[in-house]
Design a binder for this molecule. Structure first.
Ligand SMILES: [Zn+2]
Length: 449
């Protein structure tokens, strides 16, 4: 995986952020996070000249206007102003210009792709302290790589999010209710003279696409993380108005990712579970899950087999907070009462699972575990899930299943061809120029068709 890497650049005309190649550990190794971890803050110090070229090319690729006689109008694009004021460094007692402040290693500024142009809004920008010019902070969904920086001490401005995400902010992060502004899905709000509507993103519970309509008629759609679906084509807002800029979750924007629908994967998971349990009734079934996300994998097993779900107390609390019908009745507080157990996806390793099986007091002889993530997808398997070869060690079997809450390549194409936006800004896997160029070529092909 790659992540955005942003660095403050000093220049006599403007400051801006740049991107460079960077690798992260495989996301499934990180507990509590989810499939894309592209927006974690960091800094680096590469030569300015190289970065300026990269950024210029990036803007050209994305079709953003170069309006300043050959210079990119970043005051407009970034919504930022270069400051010439002096500040006092409280550690050294010396005065510093904005430029020297900006070059300090710990300085982090909100990158342009998290700002909504022409508005005082940012999306998923909580790790930059108070963002200059931002008076409304949107949170697309409750995944760590998007809310990073939010703590119970948050005080930089109101946070707008869906009702469900608002509950999670209170339960999990203890964010002060005075800063949380819940929004109903599908309801248009007027904020600072801008119409804002949140729409179901078909990602984790509470995740939203955020639609902005400016007084000048410009419409922007920020997908946060999403799994595009045909259902979205029936959203009146998306069907009736042209989107001028689409901020797109491009986690799987590569033709090699054509993994099956969620429904097909769920059917496969249920079928495998039935088979294992009929062969060996003393099998414990484990599903790996993020703190938020992948719920439908174990809901499907629970429903099909008529068994309750065992999860630890903190996960049960989160699940109950969703407010979904039937959840509480299907949760078990005692592991021995049901063969269906939920564990963090990061713990689906043989040594951990062996210990877990051993802790069940001999109630089970075998274990069947599912690791649901799009990263388990292989082109060799394609749509034929029966070709999946599980990993087995002793009496433990682990199935990696391509259940993803992000769009596959085909779904991204269909979504873009439905929306036909004027410009597309990819938000994931953009650390390498070669990836950005490839994605732009896909977008161009799709929009030509
Ligand atoms: Zn997410």
């Amino acid at each position: 995986m790659e992540k955005w890497e942003e660095t403050v650049i000093s220049d006599t005309t403007f400051d801006f952020h740049s991107y460079s190649d960077y690798s992260l550990p495989k996301p499934e190794n990180l507990d509590g996070c989810e499939e894309n971890l592209d927006q974690i803050c960091s800094s680096s110090g590469q030569p300015v000249k190289k970065r300026r070229l990269t950024q210029k090319n990036l803007f050209q690729l994305w079709g953003l206007e170069n309006t300043n006689h050959g210079r990119i109008d970043l005051h407009h694009q970034l919504g930022r102003r270069r400051s010439t004021s002096f500040n006092i460094n409280h550690k050294t007692g010396k005065s510093e210009t904005a430029t020297s402040l900006a070059s300090r290693k710990d300085q982090r500024l909100c990158p342009f792709y998290k700002r909504i142009p022409g508005t005082p809004f940012t999306v998923d920008a909580f790790c930059y302290g108070p963002v200059k010019g931002c008076s409304v902070y949107f949170l697309s969904h409750f995944h760590a790589d998007h809310y990073i920086g939010l703590t119970k001490g948050w005080s930089h401005g109101p946070i707008y999010c869906t009702n469900l995400t608002a509950r999670l902010l209170r339960i999990c992060l203890n964010v002060s209710p005075s800063f949380i502004c819940p929004m109903e899905l599908g309801t248009e709000y007027s904020l600072k003279g801008i119409k804002v509507t949140m729409l179901d993103a078909n990602h984790c519970p509470g995740a939203a696409l955020i639609h902005f309509r400016l007084p000048n008629g410009q419409c922007y759609l920020h997908t946060g993380d999403f799994r595009a679906s045909k259902m979205m084509q029936s959203y009146p807002l998306l069907a009736s108005q042209r989107i001028n800029i689409l901020y797109l979750d491009t986690t799987y924007c590569n033709p090699k990712y054509r993994f099956p629908s969620k429904e097909d994967v769920l059917e496969f998971v249920v079928g495998v579970t039935r088979r294992y349990l009929s062969n060996q009734p003393k099998t414990i079934v484990v599903v790996g899950a993020y703190s938020i996300g992948k719920e439908h994998v174990y809901f499907a097993i629970s429903k099909a087999l008529g068994v309750k779900i065992y999860a630890n107390a903190s996960r049960r609390r989160i699940l109950r907070s969703f407010g979904w019908a039937g959840i509480s009745e299907n949760l078990s507080t005692k592991g021995k009462d049901t063969p269906l157990h939920i564990l963090p996806i990061s713990s689906l390793r043989f040594e951990v699972l062996q210990r877990y099986l051993a802790s069940q007091h001999g109630q089970y002889t075998d274990m069947l575990a599912f690791r649901p993530t799009g990263w388990t997808y292989s082109e060799n398997i394609g749509e034929n899930l029966n070709l999946i070869k599980p990993a087995t060690k002793g009496n433990i079997t682990i199935y990696g299943v391509p259940y993803s809450e992000h769009s596959n390549f085909t779904e991204l194409q269909e979504f873009v061809q439905f929306l036909r936006p004027e410009k597309i800004i990819p938000t994931v896997n953009v650390g390498k120029a070669v990836n950005r160029a490839k994605m732009q070529s896909y977008f161009q092909q799709w929009l030509k068709a």
